[in-house]
Design a protein around this ligand. Structure first.
Ligand code: UD1
Ligand code: UDP
Length: 368
């Protein structure tokens, strides 16, 4: 039997989390020959996640440079990807999400006429500058894809509105829930200091660099000052634009722990142990509701409206007064907290990767 050669691309931490279940599910198929291509747009943060899932890249482009520029990263990566795909000659390429790695994977595949599968397709805010540059990346990748693996029906509807053919769109759920279920099952919750409640924080979006990140840090400082029983754990993204502000504004506070990014398993433990999560992360917005943790999203918009509609996530923005008010309400009002801590996820049932594999297997049956 001719095997279907599939290149699975990963570049950054969230792509590794969300592609890991797909890669592992494909590796278990005898009809598939899987090649894992790491662009290493992220270095340490990518390696951390691949390691925990036991995945070793077959090809590593080692792209990351300190404080990298979007244009230079894109140009270098497109040339490197083109060269790899010409050598590998895969039957299909798969990538997840909306990073530079994904947009470049789709474009390189398109130029070489290789079918491209987009995992987590159809997320949209409708604003090309928010998130920047991710909204543009996912629109471009979407228009070059042969298969669109949409996590929800509303992401499918976004694609249909853009004229994507319904035959090419498959609602699968989000693979992040597959990854999370595996990890959460073997991970006990992080215990906060006795008598304290833990607030977990992450923030890294480019559109928040500068004044919005200062607002976020001010809010965290005030919440800690006003609530003696609150402690904060903030794994700080290594992007220098984030590090500088966060270390300057929050460093040295005995109830604020700033750490390097956590490995995926300790991060899942921290989510499980948290009373409340403040984040601008896409993945954390999807994971935390599944763990029953209220989330305040530190952004002005979200491409993940489902959890907001479920009442388990609130879209707060980056204004410090608004962040303080929303978090204080959840710290003071147990009923309001419990109303958000439902433990239901609109993003998947843990079987998204199987559905993606099924679609690709049908493609293999038709081409072999
Ligand atoms: C990237 C993605 C963003 C995604 C985020 C997940 C783009 C344009 N942005 O943003 O969509 O939400 O990853 O975290 O694709 N760095 C390290 N070590 C690492 C990783 C990053 O030092 O392991 C530092 C480097 O200085 C690097 C910088 O962070 O240049 C920025 O990395 P980059 O991938 O360009 O952007 P992110 O802000 O991480
Ligand atoms: N994460 C992690 N360690 C951390 C912070 C986050 O493993 O210190 C995980 C988190 O559980 C989620 C993913 O990284 O699965 C989200 O990545 P990130 O917030 O960097 O990117 P986004 O999802 O916003 O693109």
């Amino acid at each position: 039997m001719k095997k279907c050669k599939i290149v699975c691309v990963v570049g950054t931490r969230p792509e590794a989390v969300k592609m890991a279940p797909v890669i592992l599910a494909l590796q278990a198929q005898e009809w598939a020959q899987v090649r894992v291509l790491a662009t290493a747009q992220h270095r340490h943060m990518l390696d951390q996640v691949l390691q925990v899932f036991g995945i070793t890249p077959d090809i590593d482009l080692d792209m990351m440079q300190p404080n990298q520029d979007l244009t230079a990263l894109t140009a270098r990566m497109l040339l490197a990807m083109d060269s790899v795909l010409k050598t590998e000659k895969p039957d299909a390429v798969l990538a997840q999400g909306d990073t530079t790695t994904v947009m470049v994977s789709a474009l390189a595949s398109f130029y070489l006429n290789i079918p491209f599968g987009h995992v987590e397709a159809g997320l949209r805010t409708g604003d090309m500058r928010r998130p920047f540059p991710e909204e543009m990346n996912r629109v471009l990748a979407g228009h070059m894809a042969r298969w669109h693996f949409a996590p929800t029906t509303s992401s499918r509807d976004n694609l249909l509105r853009e004229g994507i053919s319904a035959d090419a769109v498959h609602v699968t759920g989000n693979t992040v829930i597959d990854a999370l279920q595996t990890m959460a099952a073997r991970t006990p919750a992080l215990e906060p200091t006795p008598g304290r409640r833990l607030i977990l924080v992450t923030a890294h979006r480019r559109e928040s660099f500068g004044a919005p990140l200062v607002e976020i840090c001010n809010a965290i400082r005030t919440l800690v000052a006003n609530n003696p029983d609150v402690e904060v754990l903030y794994p700080v993204h290594p992007n220098p634009n984030v590090q500088q502000t966060v270390q300057e504004m929050l460093g040295g506070n005995p109830r604020i722990t700033l750490t390097t990014p956590l490995d995926y398993q300790p991060f899942v433990a921290a989510m499980k142990g948290a009373h409340l999560i403040l984040t601008d992360s896409g993945g954390v917005q999807e994971e935390a509701p599944a763990l029953g943790k209220p989330v305040l999203v530190l952004r002005e918009e979200t491409e993940r409206p489902e959890a907001v509609a479920f009442g388990v996530v609130q879209l707060i923005g980056t204004d410090s007064a608004k962040i303080i008010a929303a978090a204080q309400k959840l710290l003071d009002d147990d009923a309001a907290w419990r109303a958000m801590a439902k433990g239901v996820s609109p993003y998947g049932d843990g079987h998204a990767s199987e559905r993606i594999v099924d679609v690709l297997q049908r493609f293999h049956a038709s081409c072999s």
